[in-house]
Design a protein around this ligand. Sequence first.
Ligand code: GDP
Length: 306
Amino acid sequence: LARLRGRLARSGSPLGTRLLAVLSRDHLTEDDWDELEETLLLADVGAGPTGDLIEALRTRVRVDGVREPGAVRDLLREQLIALVDPTLDRSLNLAPGVDAAGEATPAVVLVVGVNGTGKTTTVGKLARVLVAEDRSVVLGAADTFRAAAADQLQTWGSRVGVPTVRSDRDGADPAAVAFDAVRTGKASGVDVVLVDTAGRLQNKAGLMDELGKITRVITREAPLSEVLLVLDATTGQNGLNQARVFGEVAGVTGIVLTKLDGTAKGGIVVAVQRELGVPVKLVGLGEGPDDLAPFDAASFVDGLLE
Ligand code: GDP
């Protein structure tokens, strides 16, 4: 957590610095309130939540007669944490499932999202976390669209010490690979099967068909425990549009927000949770194997305000 804070502090400092600069003024003028609002908007918090937050903050400042900059900052912190929602359950569901024959199955985690957002990297990092927790893992390379994707996943697999199920040919049926991965996981009695997918957004109907088929084929063998949508935090509104499409198509149960190390736009957490109605569960903080962290509302906000 200390590391998460450090990372976020670095990425979030422009927001934190601006907010703190405004909040350290003795009396907040109309211009100061406008500047606060603009700062939150620039951080991708979104117009609705930003308006609500500013209004709530102004009311508290007025009603409670808060003057002292430190106290205004504490109020802002409180409001931001409430926006990010500390009450959401952000744990991954990794309990074993039960198949149609009543047999126990591995937990199956499907990882979806647009290419380049960090899906394969996230699968690799997550495998490492799970192995460190003494869980056995199988990876499924169902991104058969991008030629190098299966190699990249397999490299992660060897690095972490877990097997990768893949097809020998490019353009193979992703659902068939996903099916094989789950079968293999079941046969070898592993705890978790992580399935990487391709995300072509050019054609929503095509995406829907592909993910629908993958889901149907997997659930013949085992129930899906999690569908994690990977979003790149640096893409702002574009990320929100992606969230909308995948939310409709894939039955998303949790969000992984990657590349938070490279942006001051952490406010996207708020917008995306509102859009999908599911929590951010994990955050990507770099390209390395240890750069995946569970999301925690309070440390996230503290990182922004540090
Ligand atoms: P995919 O196409 O969705 O599977 O995306 P990849 O996993 O191949 O990632 C695309 C690029 O983003 C790679 O260069 C990754 O190293 C990089 N990447 C992934 N996650 C993060 C992250 O959390 N932070 C940073 N800085 N880079 C990341």
